[in-house]
Design a protein around this ligand. Structure first.
Ligand SMILES: Nc1ncnc2c1ncn2[C@@H]1O[C@H](COP(=O)(O)OP(=O)(O)O)[C@@H](O)[C@H]1O
Ligand SMILES: [Mg+2]
Length: 263
């Protein structure tokens, strides 16, 4: 095997843990029943000149999808300091906004998509639906690309803002945060929402959307674990359900605090 064909395991995610590899300047990932939709999405993003997502390059001999490798670093534990700054946070908000601008002209109707968010947050545009730290590639201290569009489906801007703010502030009880973000989550929440430029009317309802987004994500991961998915089963075995229940209660108890942070 020549050097450029060597497969280097890429770590960070859970859904395809152990199955995502780098080969030269490409990434190979397993396909899913909804891959044709995702590939059409990536083609659209390339066509409109959006550089913040991998290019879809084809299917390899092992029936894996071939994507362009995005040079840089995805944010994985232990989190580096540069990933936890306000500047890094603002750059994620700007990247998400740029993605939404690029995707709003995409006609998603010919394709079969993964499950959509709840009806009230569905159908506006194809939202990414999984803007977790390990799905954002940074170069220097700036977010330059979203990766892992496996969950992208007809959703909405506010749904992505809710999910991303929840994960990046992050919005959860402080005893679950053991780095410089602790005690700064409200300021970071506001910074993310301002950085994205969320419409005024959407700011009022964002906190409720965050609670629903949290439920939705845990339902998806819970179903995967119940179906025997090894990565998500491990996650649940590590106490994820208890953490999720405490976070859920934290949203209920702190709704007013979170809403005031956006006024
Ligand atoms: N196109 C890409 N460019 C650069 N790095 C990537 C790319 N795709 C994946 N990675 C790296 O591989 C890790 C896992 O890939 P990902 O597609 O997110 O898998 P999963 O579906 O398991 O979450 C990411 O967190 C990132 O570090
Ligand atoms: Mg991922």
């Amino acid at each position: 095997m020549r050097d450029e064909e060597a497969e280097i395991l890429l770590v960070g995610g859970t859904a395809n843990r152990g199955q995502v590899v780098r080969v030269g300047d490409t990434v190979r990932r397993p396909q899913r029943p909804t891959s044709p939709a995702t590939h059409a999405l990536l083609r659209h993003l390339a066509d409109v000149g959006f550089t913040g997502a991998p290019r879809f390059l084809g299917i390899d001999k092992l029936d894996r999808e071939v994507l362009s490798y995005m040079p840089g670093t995805a944010v994985t534990p232990p989190f580096p300091e540069w990933a936890l700054t306000d500047e890094a946070l603002a750059s994620v908000a700007a990247l998400l906004r740029a993605y939404h601008r690029a995707v709003e002209t995409f006609d998603s109707s010919p394709y079969v998509w993964p499950p959509s968010p709840p009806d009230a947050f569905s159908g506006e545009l194809i939202s990414h639906n999984d803007v977790n730290l390990d799905n954002v590639v940074f170069r220097g201290d700036h977010a330059v690309a979203l990766i892992d569009f496996d969950l992208a489906s007809p959703g909405s801007r506010i749904w992505d803002v809710a999910g991303a703010a929840r994960l990046w502030a992050p919005l959860r009880p402080e005893h679950y945060i053991d780095d410089v973000r602790r005690a700064r989550v409200l300021a970071r929440f506001r910074l993310f929402v301002d950085g994205y430029g969320l419409a005024r009317e959407d700011r009022q309802r964002l906190v409720e959307v965050i609670r629903q987004n949290h439920n939705w994500s845990y339902d998806l991961m819970g179903s995967a674990a119940a179906n025997g998915h090894a990565g998500f089963s491990d996650y649940y075995a590590s106490g994820a359900l208890d953490r999720a229940a405490q976070t859920h209660q934290w949203y209920l108890d702190n709704g007013h605090v979170l809403r005031s942070a956006l006024v």
